[in-house]
Design a protein around this ligand. Structure first.
Ligand code: BG6
Length: 479
């Protein structure tokens, strides 16, 4: 009977993601029997008042999946304990409260840090000081939300603090992209099928595109976003995770460390950009209207769009550019990985494709139209040897009944069950910062390339399209 302790319980993530995910797991009979959920935050609440508030928010976020009876069963195991992360004695009080709940049963606990990032260090320190990381009476794990640091130095420092209290095997750095079914399926596509691996390399692949486009603007998150920007918010974590799974070698087995070893190797092989590379190989943009958002500095230079070309210095990928792109206020919500294959070595037909942009393409749709498409040339019937591109189109929604589970459901369950395969390890996070830091530093120091404005509802600034054309390639834009 594990206990799931949420630090930052009165925050938005708790009501929007964590409790709905735990409730859904319970509803589907997946939550370990008798799992207790304990909220910890400064706001004082009686258990019942917190349960009532969560019932309302959960209903709002899970919609028709909300069932009063099922919620009632789940809520019996939901508790609240008020306390301040800055106060050591409040941790001692929490520990006493948890022990009372646990009785003599196993004291397996997951501590979920969903606080403001500046409290991650202090919370972990207090857990250590109060003996709450000690595993003699049951496993103790800590889940740490993003952002994990704001650069390499701060991530190193946070890792040091964390390791003073917890062993790395107890630490679960969450990146919700790894909880997405389509992202896990990328490993299945590559390593449970024999037909892709032989051509998954520089001999057959011209380039790879990874796009994570969002239609939304920054909403009410200016306080965080204006200091973070697109690279810290999306590239350092989600996009580099997608890159490492796309590019990694096959792990020796599917288990946390072998998988993460391979991902780290890819990140370590990514060539770090020099200031000159940054000028040439990145495009940055800011959507029009961003500086008028409440809480954003009127002269803010924060990028809300970036396109970055990275190279991976290893045998598999030498010479294959990885074009990464993400932005807010774009045409639509669309995340995809495009594997663009080379042209046939010799084209028999005058009517055949003339550029790489018409060659075979494998598109892994991460969201929202989860699926995979393979594009290839087909003869147009009764039109001589004229051809056009057609596709084989696999959609999860058509093939499998029921909706896709939320990423958080999978990840919270894994944390409760002690499977860290889909969580980032310390060296992985640090390797990702080593890629992002030089880009951020060059942007800040030289203010180059230009921060291009773009109208919301487009695919970022036009310069991004031109930049790609300058490389003889085209972005594959789909909504
Ligand atoms: C978060 C970012 O990590 O991911 C947000 O902070 C972004 O800015 C979100 O909107 C995107 O997640 P998803 O699952 O909607 O693609």
């Amino acid at each position: 009977m594990p206990t799931f302790v949420i630090f930052g319980a009165s925050g938005d993530l708790t009501s929007r993601k964590l409790i709905p995910a735990l409730y859904n797991l319970h509803r589907r009979g997946r939550l370990p029997e008798g799992t207790r959920v304990v909220g910890f935050s400064r706001t004082p609440y009686e258990h019942d008042a917190w349960r009532a508030e969560l019932a309302e928010s959960t209903q709002k976020f899970v919609g028709e999946k909300f069932d009063k009876g099922v919620w009632g069963e789940f809520a019996k195991n939901v508790y609240y304990h008020a306390g301040d992360i800055g106060q050591g004695e409040d941790f001692a009080g929490l520990d006493t409260f948890l022990k009372e709940l646990e009785g003599d049963a196993s004291r397996e606990r997951v501590y979920y840090l969903s606080t403001a990032p500046r409290f991650y260090g202090p919370a972990v320190e207090q857990l250590g000081k109060n003996g709450m990381a000690d595993q003699s009476s049951g496993a103790r794990r800590v889940v740490i939300e993003k952002p994990f640091g704001t650069d390499l130095a701060s991530a190193n420092k946070l890792n040091e603090v964390v390791h003073q209290s917890f062993d790395e095997s107890q630490v679960y750095r969450i990146d919700h992209y790894l909880g997405k079914e389509t992202v896990q399926n990328l490993m299945v596509l590559r390593f449970a099928n024999a037909i892709f691996e032989p051509i998954w390399n520089r001999n057959y692949i011209d380039h790879v595109q990874i796009t994570v486009a969002e239609e939304v603007e920054i909403g009410s998150r200016a306080g965080y976003y204006d200091t973070a920007g697109i690279v810290r918010d999306m590239f350092q974590n989600h996009i580099l995770q997608l890159l490492s799974i796309t590019a990694m070698e096959a792990p020796v087995k599917y288990a946390a460390d072998p998988v993460r070893d391979e991902k780290v190797k890819v990140l370590q092989a990514v060539r770090c950009l020099t200031p000159d590379d940054v000028k040439r190989d990145t495009v940055r943009g800011q959507y029009r209207g961003y500086t008028a958002e409440e809480g954003v500095e009127a002269r803010s230079r924060t990028a809300t769009f970036a396109a970055i070309k990275l190279s991976i210095d290893n045998w598999r990928w030498q010479g294959v550019p990885f074009y990464l792109r993400s932005g807010k206020a774009m045409s639509c919500r669309s995340s995809q990985i495009v594997i663009q294959f080379r042209q046939p070595p010799h084209m028999l037909f005058d009517t055949g494709p003339r550029s790489v942009n018409e060659s075979n393409r494998l598109v892994v749709q991460v969201q929202p139209a989860e699926g995979i498409q393979m594009h290839f040339q087909t003869k147009v019937p009764d039109a001589g040897m004229r051809m056009r591109q057609t596709d084989l189109d696999f959609r999860f929604g058509r093939e499998f009944k029921g909706s896709m589970p939320e990423a958080y459901e999978r990840l919270l369950l894994d944390a409760l069950e002690g499977d860290a395969s889909l969580f980032a390890r310390a060296d992985e996070v640090e390797a990702a910062w080593s890629i992002c830091d030089p880009i951020l530093a060059a942007w800040a120091k030289y203010d180059r390339p230009t921060l291009y404005p773009y109208d919301p509802g487009l695919w970022g600034p036009e310069e991004s399209t031109e930049w790609m054309q300058g490389h003889g390639r085209e972005w594959f834009d789909t909504c």
